[in-house]
Design a protein around this ligand. Structure first.
Ligand SMILES: [Zn+2]
Length: 357
C-alpha cells in the first residue's frame, strides 16, 4: 500500500514502503514514489542486546547487517533518485528520510530468549534506525549543500527527534554522519543517520551526569582562544579538552535541548557553521576530510539541562596521517593527542574562506 500525506508546516510527506518501512520526503520533490514489484519481500530480522558485565554496557547484535549494501558503483547507488531497487523512487527530492533496511534497532522487537547455560542479561533491541539523504545529487556534501538545504536539514533533525521520541520505548535519539571510507562509509551518496535507543548509551549517560550536575556548555562560546568562528547565536570552537587533534564543536549560546527548539535565526547560524566547519576541514587537509559528526540532543526527561550541540571528530592528524584509535584509547579509554587545542583552534580560525554563504 502506498499513500502520501503532506503536512504543510514542516513540508513533510510520509509514505509506507511495500515492506512496511516509512519514507518521509521533506521540502520539494517531484514524482510519486513507485517501488518495483518484489520490494515487499525485503527480509527483515530482529536484533537483540546483551549486557557486558565487565564494561557494564549494552552490546547490540544484528547478524543481518553483514549482508548490507557495500560500496555499490555510482550507477547502482540505492540513495540516488529513481535508482533500480532504490530507496527513494521519485524523480527528484530535497531531503529524504527512511527506516534503514539493515536496522540495528527495530520499532517492534520481540524479547529474546535467554541464552542457555549463561547467566547473561539479554533484552530486545527496540528503537529505530533512519537514513537521512541530504540531496538527490550523488556528489554533494555538507560543505557544498546550499544554505537553504542545510537549514532544512537542521529542521529535519528537530522533526525526526520529536517523532522518534513519541515512541514510548525510546530514551535517546542521536543524529550523526559518518563521512568517508575511513569512517566506515559504505555508500558515498551524501547522507547521515539517526539512531533511536531504548536505553541510555554510556557516553550519553556520562554527559547527562555532567550537565545534571551543572556543567555549562555555553561558557565555551566566549573563549576567544578556542573559537573558530562566531555567529550571533552559536559558536564553532575547538573544546579546550579536545580528544581528536582537530575536533570542533558547534555550540548554541542559549540553552536549547533539541534542534527542534531553535528559532529561525539559530537554524540559519547552525546551518552556516556546519558548512564552515566542513569546508575548513576539506581545505585544511587538502582532501575530502573523513569525519564523524554527532548531533547531541537531550534524552527523555533531560530537556531541562542537556544541551543540543554538534561535535565533529575529523579522522586525520595531517593530510596523509589518520588518527587511529589504538591500545591506549581502546584499552584504557585515554586519548593521546599530538597538539594542544589552542593551536588547532588557531590553525582552523586563521584559514580564510572566500565563499561561505
Ligand atoms: Zn547516489
Amino acid at each position: 500500500m502506498t499513500h502520501g500525506k503532506t503536512i504543510s508546516n514542516t513540508g513533510r510527506s510520509t509514505f509506507t514502503m511495500p515492506d512496511g518501512r516509512m519514507l518521509h520526503l521533506y521540502g520539494a520533490y517531484s514524482g510519486t514514489p513507485a517501488w518495483p514489484l518484489g520490494a515487499e519481500l525485503h527480509e527483515r530480522d530482529f536484533s537483540h542486546r546483551r549486557w557486558h558485565p565487565v564494561r557494564r554496557e549494552w552490546v547490540v547484535y544484528s547478524a543481518h547487517r553483514q549482508t548490507r549494501t557495500y560500496k555499490p558503483a555510482s550507477n547502482t547507488c540505492p540513495l540516488c533518485p529513481e535508482a533500480s531497487d532504490g530507496e527513494v523512487p521519485v524523480k527528484d527530492f530535497s531531503i529524504a528520510v527512511f527506516d534503514n533496511r539493515f536496522s540495528s534497532f527495530q520499532k517492534t522487537c520481540p524479547k529474546p530468549d535467554p541464552i542457555p547455560g549463561l547467566d547473561l542479561s539479554v533484552d530486545s533491541a527496540a528503537g529505530n534506525c533512519e537514513v537521512v539523504v541530504y540531496s538527490a545529487d550523488h556528489k554533494a556534501s555538507m560543505s557544498t549543500l546550499s544554505q537553504d538545504r542545510r537549514e532544512l536539514l537542521v529542521k529535519v533533525w528537530g522533526d525526526r527527534v520529536r517523532a522518534l521520541m513519541r515512541m514510548p520505548a525510546v530514551q535517546a535519539v542521536m543524529p550523526f554522519e559518518n563521512r568517508g571510507e575511513e569512517a566506515g562509509v559504505t555508500l558515498h551518496h551524501p547522507h547521515g543517520q539517526i539512531y533511536a535507543f531504548s536505553y541510555l548509551p554510556p557516553v550519553i549517560e556520562t554527559m547527562a551526569q555532567s550537565f545534571r550536575e551543572g556543567y555549562e556548555l555555553s561558557k565555551l562560546t566566549s573563549s576567544a582562544m578556542h573559537e573558530i568562528a562566531q555567529a550571533e547565536s552559536m559558536a564553532a570552537l575547538v573544546p579546550p579538552f579536545a580528544r581528536f587533534p582537530y575536533e570542533v564543536w558547534i555550540v548554541p549560546k542559549r540553552f536549547r535541548p533539541s534542534p527542534g527548539d531553535l528559532g529561525e535565526n539559530e537554524v540559519k547560524d547552525c546551518a552556516r557553521l556546519l558548512a564552515l566547519v566542513a569546508k575548513k576541514y576539506d581545505i585544511f587537509f587538502k582532501r575530502a576530510c573523513p569525519y564523524v559528526m554527532i548531533v547531541y540532543v537531550a534524552p527523555r526527561g533531560m530537556e531541562e539541562y542537556f544541551p543540543f550541540h554538534i561535535q565533529f571528530y575529523p579522522l586525520l592528524r595531517t593530510p596523509q596521517k589518520l588518527k587511529f584509535l589504538a591500545g591506549c584509547e581502546l584499552g584504557a579509554g585515554s586519548f593521546l593527542a599530538d597538539l594542544v587545542p589552542e593551536e588547532a583552534a588557531r590553525s582552523l580560525r586563521d584559514l580564510r574562506l572566500e565563499d561561505i554563504p
